[in-house]
Ligand binder design. Structure first.
Ligand code: SAH
Length: 237
């Protein structure tokens, strides 16, 4: 699925921030669990390596060979990799983000959906809860068949997620009913531009490892931060 430009709030904010150096508030609404409203700071999406977390910097260090940046948004990781001499293809379903990435000098930025993308890559990076785009736990098998089609022999996926298990056990994520506690549903808005509601997955390492093994992969946990965000390296067994 590709977003329509008139339903691409994050892309509109990204493009405006790039062109003018400022942007209005980008709203993020949580539609399930405890519905709430938050905002996403634009400068975060334009961060340089000096502002990146250890998880991101480690992922950049481990990237090698032909690399695919999935859900690249403003292209902060693609730009850092290009600077290191790595050949990068950046994809995003947001047309306005892709337009901005091209303006920022990422020549191979494509408006494409990861689950429909074709190519062969030594490294796939997906950062800022990159596995989130899988949406729901039921779609995790689809994530593994997709990476299987895209990875070269010996290729790797470097992605991060947040383990919400502790928060769930402490009762901080109410109202899950029969749903997996890491499944969220969000909607974004920028000025008058409303996005389509979308599913977003925060995955715990146990479900990740189990599903990886079932699909002929292994998921090694490289680093865990104090907020339970972790970096995983997924390779074929
Ligand atoms: N990786 C970036 C941005 C993360 S936000 C960073 O760290 O700054 C997630 C991005 O994924 C958004 O730009 C969204 O448009 C994109 N996205 C969501 N689903 C996608 C899919 N199926 N294929 C490619 N990109 C997707």
């Amino acid at each position: 699925m590709i977003l329509q430009p008139d339903h691409d709030p994050m892309g509109a904010a990204i493009r405006e921030y790039h062109l003018t150096g400022r942007a209005d508030t980008l709203h993020v609404f949580t539609l399930n669990h405890e519905p709430e409203q938050d905002t996403m700071p634009l400068d975060l999406l334009f961060r340089t390596p000096e502002k990146m977390t250890d998880i991101e910097l480690t992922a950049l260090d481990l990237a090698q060979g032909r690399t695919l940046d999935v859900g690249a948004a403003a292209g902060c990781h693609s730009l850092a990799l290009i600077e290191r001499g790595i050949e990068v293809t950046a994809i995003d379903i947001s047309p306005l983000s892709v337009e901005t990435m091209r303006l920022r000098g990422i020549t191979d930025a494509r408006n494409d959906d990861f689950f429909q993308h074709a190519g062969s890559y030594d490294t796939i990076i997906m950062l800022m809860n990159g596995i989130g785009i899988t949406g729901t736990l039921d779609r995790l098998p689809k994530f593994f068949t997709t990476i299987d089609a895209l990875l070269s022999p010996g290729g790797q996926v470097l992605c991060d997620s947040s383990d919400l298990t502790e928060g769930f056990r402490a009762g901080l994520i109410p109202d899950c009913e029969n749903d997996y506690y890491g499944h969220f549903r969000f909607q974004m808005r920028y000025r008058h531009i409303s996005g389509v509601p979308f599913d977003w997955l925060y995955l715990d390492p146990v479900n990740l490892s189990r599903t990886a093994l079932q699909h002929g992969f292994q998921a090694e946990i490289i680093l865990t931060a104090s907020d339970q965000t972790f970096l995983t390296r997924i390779t074929r067994r």
